[in-house]
Design a protein around this ligand. Sequence first.
Ligand SMILES: O=C(O)C(=O)C[C@]1(C(=O)O)C=C[C@@H](O)C=C1
Length: 124
Amino acid sequence: MTTSSTGTKDVDPAVREELDRLRDSIDNIDAAVVHMLAERFKCTQQVGRLKAEHRLPPADPAREARQITRLRTLAENAKLDPAFAEKFLNFIIAEVIRHHERIADDTTKSSVSNPTGTPAPTTD
Ligand SMILES: O=C(O)C(=O)C[C@]1(C(=O)O)C=C[C@@H](O)C=C1
């Protein structure tokens, strides 16, 4: 098999078929990962709003430590590298914390410009 950068056009048809089959599965798994992540971010956006409304800090390191312990065990049982699972979770959580901080900033700004939370008058 060639390792050139021209791709896999000239490979044996049986190999091509096997590669296509595996790539179809990879595409399905990638789609599932994206949908699962989108659902997770919908939940964390709600957590972000709840935390901002109640002046709770964006990050909760004790919760993160529990999540990492749990995920490492799940990864080991699933024969996935636990160090990779931990890095992946930390990557996602860092993004969530960034979202939480933005929600908290926006919430503070809107409570400064409208301290009593009075709804804006309608124009009609
Ligand atoms: O559980 C929370 O408190 C969250 O804000 C969610 C979450 C997460 O993405 O799982 C993100 C930030 C916290 O540090 C811990 C966990």
